[in-house]
Ligand binder design. Structure first.
Ligand SMILES: Cc1cc2nc3c(=O)[nH]c(=O)nc-3n(C[C@H](O)[C@H](O)[C@H](O)COP(=O)(O)O)c2cc1C
Length: 168
């Protein structure tokens, strides 16, 4: 089985998850940042990682996702918001929608610390009210992705691969 891990990551959070996933994948495997990724054509399973930008998969990941057709795919992502939030669910739905011509085996999302420059701007913009919920979320985000996130990501992708190797 030929496996491709492709990730888009501006500040390293999604890269960390990508590398953790890559470590536990079996067989012939390759890992690339999205700007260096080869065509997905010759791979049997593609693990695709993005960071959430304005509620959606970031643009570079989106462009690569549009090239993937008829493949087994696992999705992973990092996000500033809580992974159990509606916001996170909607980002994953958006990814599933772009990848709808594929067999999606599963998904994983966790928090990723937000770039301090973006955090600085947030209280001044008109979108992000700095209430206690948001402040707490940002504080929690500063600790992620952590080792537990990496373990959960590995577990999710282990399940996907087993499903692929032992269908039914
Ligand atoms: C420009 C920008 C836009 C972002 N938009 C969102 C967003 O809409 N929702 C959210 O929960 N987090 C948002 N984030 C937080 C990132 O998704 C999060 O920090 C992610 O882990 C970054 O991943 P990376 O380190 O792989 O680049 C944004 C961050 C940046 C820099």
């Amino acid at each position: 089985m030929n496996i491709l891990v492709v990730y888009s990551s501006k500040t390293g959070n999604t890269k960390k998850i990508a590398e953790a996933i890559f470590d536990i994948l079996p067989g012939n495997k390759e890992i690339y940042p999205v700007d260096k990724a080869p065509s997905p054509d010759k791979y049997d399973f593609i693990a695709l990682g993005f960071w959430v930008n304005r509620g959606k998969p970031d643009q570079s990941a989106r462009e690569f996702m549009e090239k993937i057709k008829g493949k087994n795919v696992g999705i992973f992502a990092t996000i500033g918001a809580y992974p159990t939030s509606k916001h996170a669910r909607e980002a994953l739905y958006a990814a599933r929608d772009i990848l709808k011509e594929n067999n999606i085996l599963g998904e994983f999302i966790c928090q990723g610390k937000i770039n301090p420059k973006v955090l600085e701007r947030m209280p001044r913009d008109k979108i992000h009210e700095m209430n206690s919920y948001r402040k707490q979320m940002i504080e929690e985000g500063k600790k992620h992705p952590n080792e537990t996130d990496c373990l959960y990501a590995q577990a999710a992708f282990k399940d996907m691969i087993e499903e692929l190797v032992l269908p039914g």
